[in-house]
Ligand binder design. Sequence first.
Ligand code: DMJ
Length: 638
Amino acid sequence: MQWRSLVVGLVVLRLSLSCLLWLAFGLGPGVSFGFNFHLSFNLHKLDLLFREEKGVESKGKTWSQQIQGKKYEETESTCAQAGQQPAPPRSYLGLFQGRQDEYVRRYSSFPESLKTKMKDMARDMFYFGYDNYMKYAFPKDELNPIDCEGRGPDVLNPSNININDVLGNYSLTLIDTLDTLLVLGNVSEFQKAVKLVIDTVSFDKDSTVQVFEANIRILGSLISAHILLTDPKHPFGEVSFEDYDNELLHLAHDLAVRLLPAFENTNTGIPYPRVNLKTGVPPDSINETCTAGAGSLLVEFGILSRLIGDSTFEWVARRAVRALWKLRSNETGLLGNVVNIQTGQWVGKQSGLGAGMDSFYEYLLKSYILFGEKEDYRMFQSAYESIQNHLRRGRESCNEGEGDPPLYVNVNMFNGEIMNTWIDSLQAFFPGLQVLNGDVDNAICLHAFYYAIWKRFGALPERYNWQLQAPDVLFYPLRPELVESTYLLYQATKNPFYLHVGMDILQSLEKNAKVRCGYATLHHVVDKSKEDRMESFFLSETCKYLYLLFDEDNPLHRSDNKYIFTTEGHVVPIDKRFRERKWSDLGPCEDGALRETGPATWQHSNTSNCDRIPEERRYALPLKSVYMRQIDHMVGLF
Ligand code: DMJ
């Protein structure tokens, strides 16, 4: 009797203990005693047990556990009795079902009146930053939005490249903002700003700037504004003024000439990262550059060459792209992120989609779209294939099947092995590029992951560690990438979900970043402390994409107007003028270098994105709620 009570007692004790453990670890943050990040991640790892398939290779459906170095045992194979049917694998996605209607309720419609309200909010956001820049900072480069002062290069500390790479003492914010004024329909302010640039800006400055930054923010904006001023189609109405004499184009040309020394005395043709606008490459210049910095000049340099009929600029930019391309790994087809311009050795072997690499990929595709050069598309297509093969982890299809949500990780360019467990905020541009490439499905999933991070912090941390479910680098300098992708996905799908995302972003910026004279960089996405800096891309990109998202009737959205955005968000038309002549007719013949990629295997589809999206998904959520919920869970939202 005593023996029996002892056994019963032990069983009861064991059951209660299991119950307690289940309650503590299985019911989410409410009972996680402050260890939310850890426990929820562990819970996720447990979830993975339910669906791990034998023999799934490390680059397969699961990315969240592969760097743990731990193999999970298949409970099914040890428990299944001989002759018995193995139990069907339990889907951990089942755990997320049930509350899905919450997502449908929240995201599947967006009233017109709210759209108008959000458009006004985006416009006000822009003007609050712009007017205060003009009032307190112009002619300096940037506005310090907390102290209400202007900011120029850090002359006392030339090694402060965070500032000096970008600020050249050339009224950066005014120039970077020109075409946004037109997008907002403010023709008179656009004309005023153009005249101010013509009257006050000179590039004859003792400023050492990064070639990439000067190109995308200054050269790109000048060219864009010039084209819009002279566009015979007048998409924004009559925006030119009587005595406009191509001054913006001359300024762009002058700047480009000052950037040219970067392409001299380099053994590979890959440019030096910095030049002094008066004196050329500084004698103490380093021989290392990042791939994006050296390989994202073609759009602006190519347009300039084609506008002024001087192939020099396109030639040097193409030579740099080709040189980088030749250095890709034979094994993986991937490029690294930092290269020595004299030896062609990779100094940074990390291959990812964010910092150091992002716009390199972007400009392969955008150059093709603009100039129609097949070599650009061949490179893009081959790079995209390598990215899908080596960087992409998670389940095969965004909206179907089991497994982790797709994610693009950072790998070693030579062997495809994962190098770290963070993704950066810059990578959030990639869904937008996927949209341009017609891969809307993958774009939807990657975007959803970044949006979940935004929801958690009300901003995007510069680096987010997906294994720890925590930021690795905490600042957010008002970057546009997530808004940019949101806008392009909305254009592709017209799904109201993306309007909600835009509204969320607008509201967080108002709440977390607005200060006395503008919007400030978040120093820390968790405690929301700020830095006194408003980068020019906030006005030229973040506000522009937010406004365009809600402005359905914008001239840019009329079907007879076809535009593309540079990597700094500058509007350029897809214009016959830029496609009239092939590069082989313009430049010296050396295009054999790129034939090696072989014939394109990707077939252009003549179906539109709308046709690719099944009918039932067009007006429902872009991603099934079970997957949205899975992603929210994986970034620690619940
Ligand atoms: C911008 O200057 C451009 O979008 C660039 O391509 C990447 N970084 C910033 C914004 O984050």
